[in-house]
Ligand binder design. Structure first.
Ligand SMILES: CC(C)(COP(=O)(O)OP(=O)(O)OC[C@H]1O[C@@H](n2cnc3c(N)ncnc32)[C@H](O)[C@@H]1OP(=O)(O)O)[C@@H](O)C(=O)NCCC(=O)NCCS
Length: 184
């Protein structure tokens, strides 16, 4: 799949191998509800409230990217710049609709999001990306390992939130991954 790239807003759609016309773009509040539905349909992601998704799509839209396939929301990366570490983009969630998986879309969206941030000339520049992953989410581990390879950057991980101490025994450990430093 080769979706076209874009800096901040819309891009010319291109045709993907299996899924249809893919367009990467900056999200708006109008995506909030569709994002909520997409995440709810994509275990093992933790569902958030519609309100939380609306904030991700509005206040945090500069650090997010949406993918439409044939005009329908089919992928989303949410994130924020760490308030305590302004060179780090923290990726909150990555979700790709089932029909569009396995075609390189998630990695392409992450790389495009980094390029978008770079083109906005924000200072300091983003040189690290972080996320948390549960030990058994192989797709997610492979996605971020592949991203680290593409960025030619090292990847480190450590346990961050633990089942018993932080989740009351109700959720797997979350490991913090850090990729960087890199140049986009
Ligand atoms: C994880 C997810 C975002 C991957 O999206 P995707 O568009 O299919 O990923 P990509 O096609 O860009 O693949 C990137 C890399 O991950 C690997 N990968 C993707 N899905 C995989 C899977 N199910 N099992 C093993 N490896 C997988 C790919 O082989 C590729 O590696 P490579 O570059 O070394 O070949 C998608 O499966 C998803 O939305 N899952 C449900 C939600 C979730 O778990 N999100 C991640 C946690 S935030």
């Amino acid at each position: 799949m080769h979706a076209t790239t874009e800096s901040t807003e819309a891009s010319e759609p291109t045709h993907s191998q299996h899924a249809g016309k893919v367009r990467l773009r900056k999200p708006t509040a109008d995506d909030g509800f569709a994002l909520n539905q997409l995440v709810a349909a994509s275990p093992p992601l933790d569902p958030n409230s519609v309100y939380c998704n609306l904030l991700q799509c509005s206040h945090f839209s500069d650090t997010a990217i949406a993918a439409d396939i044939d005009g329908e929301l089919a992928g989303f990366v949410s994130g924020y710049i760490r308030p305590d570490q302004p060179t780090t983009l923290f990726v909150w969630q990555v979700v790709i609709a089932e029909r569009a998986r396995g075609q390189g879309l998630a990695k392409q969206m992450l790389l495009q999001l980094l390029r978008n941030l770079d083109q906005r000339n924000r200072e300091p520049k983003v040189t690290f990306i972080e996320t948390t992953i549960t030990p058994d989410n192989q797709a997610s581990w492979n996605l971020f390992r592949s991203l680290a390879r593409d960025l030619n950057a090292s990847l480190e991980s450590q346990v961050f939130f633990t089942r018993d101490r932080h989740f009351g025994g109700r959720h797997d450990d979350e490991h913090l991954l850090q990729i960087g430093p890199f140049k986009t």
